[in-house]
Design a protein around this ligand. Structure first.
Ligand code: FAD
Length: 303
């Protein structure tokens, strides 16, 4: 039995791993990928110590730091179940592996929200994408749509107006992102903005060919020929695995107190998957550190 299992190798999970290793806890880190959401960002300007660093480079540095220490890592597989057992917890992975530990830190972060409309699933990876930063260059010279009205959508629109022939920005609400981003994109000559419009369907057989939208007020429907759709409508917590053990809040986040305790003894949570406000790199890393220190205290008390 491990002393600690950390689920998720984003900023929160990897920081927790370093803190746990420095406390000499017998630790297992399990994750789909190493890096999490930061891998999808072009660059970070607000992680102290770096005036600017590419997302992938920052996570590479985190990984190197984790690997300096002695701890077990299983990546490339997700945790599919988490349950309480006598003396701790049991975790099973999608590959059928089972591990036990006296304490767990749950740090599974968030994933992109889907529109759940016709054509979205079918054309995923064939013109439908949730990451403009990752996939934007594939659509250079094409007409594309960006769906959403918050910061992610505005950042995607800002990236795409520089390389696409034309960008349609479609938002269900008025623009809600930062004014600085709104000012940056709204005067672009190759951008058309449709506010208070709903996306009804993404059209195409083998690839995205068009999009159908409806004006919420006039009910008028329109279609555009496009080659790509960037869906940037926010993120949802990866909390499905833990919901049998703890109660989630209405946003499906894991509720924690300031000591990262979930209410179940020995089960801690950290980072974007929790109710802690301000989902940011520096916050997730700090929360991961706190969770590991609290897990260590808890394990000490068991001795
Ligand atoms: C496009 C974009 C740009 C951003 N830009 C900035 C910025 O400039 N500055 C800033 O401060 N913040 C920024 N953020 C926010 C920042 O990236 C997040 O706050 C931070 O990455 C959260 O870290 P985390 O470790 O909590 O979660 P994540 O980064 O989401 O990591 C979660 C980890 O858990 C793993 N995982 C998920 N489910 C399972 C499972 N069932 N089993 C095993 N492993 C699992 C994932 O593979 C991943 O490794 C940005 C976010 C996005 C999406």
């Amino acid at each position: 039995m491990y002393e600690l299992i950390i689920i998720g190798a984003g900023l929160a999970g990897m920081t927790a791993a370093v803190y746990a290793a420095r406390k000499k806890l017998n630790t297992l880190l399990i994750s789909y990928d190493v890096g999490g959401q930061v891998l999808t960002t072009a660059g970070i300007e607000n992680y102290m110590g770096y005036q600017f660093i590419e997302g992938s480079e920052l996570m590479h540095k985190f990984e190197e730091q984790v690997k300096q220490f002695s701890l077990d890592m299983r990546t490339g597989q997700g945790v599919s179940s988490l349950s309480q057992i006598d003396g701790g917890f049991e975790v099973s992975t999608e590959k059928g592996e089972t591990y036990q530990a006296k304490a767990v830190i749950f740090a599974t972060g968030k994933r992109p929200r889907q529109l759940n409309i016709l054509g979205e699933k079918k054309l995923l990876g064939r013109g439908v994408t949730y990451c403009a930063i990752c996939d934007g260059p594939l659509f250079a010279g094409e007409k594309v749509a960006v769906i959403g009205g918050g910061n992610s959508a505005l950042e995607a629109a800002d990236d795409m107006i520089k390389i696409a022939e034309h960008v349609y920005l479609v938002s269900l609400t008025p623009l809600t992102g930062d004014q600085i981003l709104i000012d940056k994109v709204t005067n672009a000559s190759n951008l058309s903005i449709f506010l208070e419009h709903q996306v009804l369907e993404i059209k195409g057989e083998d690839r995205v060919e068009g999009i159908k939208i409806r004006d919420l007020k006039s009910k008028q429907e329109r279609e555009f020929n496009i080659g790509g759709v960037f869906i940037e409508i926010g993120l949802i917590p990866n909390s499905e695995v833990i919901k049998e053990v703890v109660t989630l809040n209405r946003l499906r986040e894991v509720e924690v107190n300031c000591a990262n305790e979930t209410g179940v003894l020995g089960l801690f949570a950290a980072g974007d998957v929790t109710n802690v406000p301000e989902k940011q790199v520096v916050v997730a890393a700090g929360e991961g550190a706190k969770a590991a220190l609290q897990a260590h205290r808890y394990l000490q008390r068991l001795k």
